[in-house]
Design a protein around this ligand. Structure first.
Ligand SMILES: Cc1cc2nc3c(=O)[nH]c(=O)nc-3n(C[C@H](O)[C@H](O)[C@H](O)COP(=O)(O)OP(=O)(O)OC[C@H]3O[C@@H](n4cnc5c(N)ncnc54)[C@H](O)[C@@H]3O)c2cc1C
Length: 408
């Protein structure tokens, strides 16, 4: 049976946007259609910011306003409160990206995450926050702990991660233990305040220690309810199996598996690196193969809702409809607390607001932070919207349709 949800109702999709913001979005998506313009902008913008060129205002009035909640928690709270009027929830994301910094900096980032959790717990529609482990420790350390990437092509006997951790020199072992302390104290507060903590998935050459940490946090905090969520990128060839193994681990250790399903954001970077270093890419060789695994993962999670809580994080209309159809066919309540749909703020409003209107749990992933900190996120959004030209055309068509309806 099909759920027959109309995802093209633009009146519902853009009801939260004023005429001015809608026109602005139309201008922005028209610009992002030009791959050459986006390529140039993503190259020079970080450099212009660093050199102090007065470009921040322009970014704030364009990309930032479209894709980010604000520079402060309070500004972002206003966006969250607008979304709440449409029954749309929020995954709050304090937009810091990785970089080699000192312990003092990582401790300060952990404190920021805790502030975000405390703030979220005071708001009616912010049940989740997200964190990036690379904002809390050195990427070099994570990369050192990861299995060598050739393991994708050779059936090697790998040294278990625990052994690799125990063999770290003292200074690095200390850094690893500090990271564990940071994520544990963040998770503990999340559990106390009943806020879901989503751990973002990152590049394959640092993901293994992130998965390891996520599993041990789930084992500790997801016994009765779901606090910690790991993220699985289905553009990786090995991740459907990984999902099944994670499920097995959760059942054996009697905890509820929290899983955010995504296709994956770093495809070009992954393929380039594999080619440069001469190992087989971990990424699927076609978009279709990624789609097949993503949809299998959705089906797998939805048939195990007693033991898995899942966030279907996607802008792909057919994957979203596959999930809504399956919920209906399995006679599962549309707003079952173990199923959430999510899209990035500023993208695919037609999915978010129409799904929410139909009664599903839906959230926007809403980043916030100072402009210079969210630049890498903004550059990824610009690239994503120029590389998947189909998506941009679709966004533009929907915006144009709504502009015509409003006679703008
Ligand atoms: C709420 C939310 C949270 C997210 N969190 C994360 C995160 O933690 N980590 C992360 O990496 N990403 C994250 N993403 C981004 C996500 O991974 C995707 O980049 C993005 O959503 C586009 O995929 P899609 O499912 O929306 O749909 P689509 O537009 O249908 O798919 C595009 C995606 O398909 C894959 N793809 C495209 N071409 C090919 C090809 N030739 N071969 C193989 N695969 C291909 C790529 O992953 C590409 O991004 C998140 C997205 C959302 C909405």
């Amino acid at each position: 049976m099909s759920s027959n949800i109309n995802l093209d109702n633009t009146e519902k999709a853009f009801a939260y946007k004023s005429d001015r913001l809608l026109k602005k979005a139309r201008f922005l998506f028209s610009c992002m259609k030009s791959a050459a313009l986006v390529k140039l902008a993503t190259k020079i913008t970080p450099w212009l910011i660093k050199s102090g060129f007065p470009i921040k205002k322009l970014i704030q009035k364009t990309l930032f306003e479209q894709f980010v909640g604000g520079q402060t928690l309070e500004d972002t709270g206003m966006v969250a409160s607008t979304l709440s009027k449409f029954n749309v929830q929020v995954i709050l994301d304090f937009g810091i990206e990785g970089g080699e910094k000192d312990d003092h900096h990582y401790d300060a980032a952990a404190e920021q995450f805790k502030k975000v959790i405390s703030y979220a717990s005071t708001q009616p529609n912010i049940p989740f926050i997200s964190i990036k482990i690379t904002g809390l420790t050195s990427v070099a350390l994570l990369e050192k702990l990861n299995s060598p990437l050739t393991y994708f092509e050779k059936n090697q006997d790998l040294i278990p991660l625990e052994t690799r951790i125990n063999e770290l020199p003292n200074e690095e072992l200390h850094k690893w233990n500090k990271l564990l302390d940071r994520v544990d104290s963040i998770s503990q507060l999340a559990a106390e305040k009943n806020i879901g903590l989503m751990i973002d998935a990152e590049e394959s050459w640092i993901q293994e220690p992130i998965d390891f940490m996520a599993e041990s946090l789930m084992k500790k905090y997801n016994k009765e309810k779901v606090i910690v969520y790991n993220t699985i990128q289905l553009y990786r060839q090995d991740r459907l199996n990984f999902l099944k193994n994670s499920f097995k681990h959760a059942r054996e250790n009697k905890y509820i598996l929290g899983i955010k399903l995504v296709r994956g954001a770093y495809m070009e970077k992954e393929n380039k690196r594999a080619q440069k270093l001469g190992y087989a890419t971990p990424i699927h060789l076609s978009k279709e193969a990624t789609d097949v695994d993503f949809n299998h993962a959705v089906e797998f999670c939805l048939t195990q809702l007693e033991f898995i809580s899942t966030i279907i994080a996607s802008h792909n209309e057919s994957s979203n409809l596959l999930a809504t159809d399956q919920l209906i066919n399995l006679s599962i309540q549309l707003n079952d607390p173990h199923v959430h749909f999510s899209q990035l703020f500023g993208m695919s409003d037609n999915l978010t607001f129409n799904l929410s209107d139909a009664g599903f749990n839906v959230s926007k992933y809403l980043p916030f932070g100072p402009i210079e900190e969210v630049i890498p996120y903004l550059m990824r959004r610009a690239e994503e919207n120029s590389s998947i030209s189909g998506q941009t055309t679709r966004e533009l068509n929907l915006i144009n349709k709504e502009c015509t309806r409003r006679q703008l």
